[in-house]
Ligand binder design. Structure first.
Ligand SMILES: Cc1cc2nc3c(=O)[nH]c(=O)nc-3n(C[C@H](O)[C@H](O)[C@H](O)COP(=O)(O)OP(=O)(O)OC[C@H]3O[C@@H](n4cnc5c(N)ncnc54)[C@H](O)[C@@H]3O)c2cc1C
Length: 245
């Protein structure tokens, strides 16, 4: 029931990088919690009121459906935008603050049948839907399919979810740092994800690529993958366009 709004409250708030917080919401009513179902990779809309005016923002769900049902809570990762309405609100919001959410929405989800490799490309909090999906993928699945996650951040101290991704030996990882001068992590490379992708051997007949986060990155890579003869069906994407009001 996508039009229905659910009352939730902030249950936990953790700083997970220099500019990102992980927010954990619990449903106020148990029947709403029971009714809320989503597929890994989808997003929610959040409603909040400032000075009598209501605002709406979208956020990817960062935990898996299984984790949501077990923990009774929904997670999102929010990267702070200076003077941003939601950013300022959630930076200050205390545990227990109530808001409304709606959803789930979105088609950035895993295919029912996977033929080839999966390549997950995300910048910043655009990695959140992959965290949800990867919490879902079984060891059995990963033994039979190759999954690569390409993460893009500006600086090393903005990186999120890397420990979790690294704990899964079945996933190949590439971390791109576009502005970092002094890279300390041995797994990270200097540059944008757009450049790192071009070094991968991809199969346009069988692979599926996922693009999430910065709209410019998605536009660039859409052109690139089309030039490699990937079909639209093989390029799944979610642009983090900001509403600007
Ligand atoms: C489908 C979808 C899923 C999304 N998922 C996430 C998510 O999981 N995590 C997340 O952090 N965000 C996500 N976003 C973006 C999110 O919805 C907000 O746009 C973002 O949090 C900024 O909101 P704000 O209210 O803080 O800033 P606003 O009040 O909307 O913006 C304030 C000012 O900052 C500018 N601005 C806003 N965002 C940016 C930016 N990223 N870079 C530069 N300038 C900016 C605006 O143009 C405006 O001038 C998603 C967007 C979409 C469409």
């Amino acid at each position: 029931m996508q039009n229905e709004r659910y009352d939730v409250k902030i249950h936990n708030k953790i700083q997970i990088s220099k500019n990102t917080i992980l927010l954990n919401f619990k449903f106020i009513n148990n029947k709403d919690f029971e009714a809320f179902n989503f597929i890994a990779g989808q997003f929610i809309q959040i409603f909040f009121v400032i000075d009598g005016k209501e605002y709406r923002r979208s956020y990817s769900i960062a935990n898996s459906p299984e984790n949501f049902k077990q923990a009774h809570s929904l997670e999102i990762a929010l990267s702070f935008v200076e003077h941003g309405k939601a950013s300022e609100l959630f930076a200050k919001a205390e545990i227990g603050t109530r808001i409304q959410i709606r959803g789930p929405f979105g088609l950035l989800t895993l295919p029912k049948a996977v033929s080839g490799n999966l390549i997950f490309i995300g910048t910043g909090t655009g990695l959140a839907p992959y965290r949800s999906m990867l919490q879902n993928l079984t060891a059995d699945f990963l033994n039979n399919h190759s999954a690569t996650i390409v993460s893009g951040f500006r600086y090393e101290n903005e990186a999120i979810f890397q420990q979790e991704f690294n704990s899964n030996d079945n996933i190949k990882k590439i971390v791109c740092l576009s502005r970092e001068v002094n890279i300390k992590s041995q797994h990270a490379v200097k540059g944008r994800v757009q450049h790192a992708i071009k070094l991968l051997a991809l199969n346009h007949k069988t692979d599926t690529v996922y693009l999430c986060g910065n709209p410019n990155m998605i536009d660039d890579l859409l052109v690139y993958f089309k030039s490699l003869n990937f079909t639209s069906k093989q390029i799944k994407r979610e642009k983090y366009i900001y509403s600007g009001h």
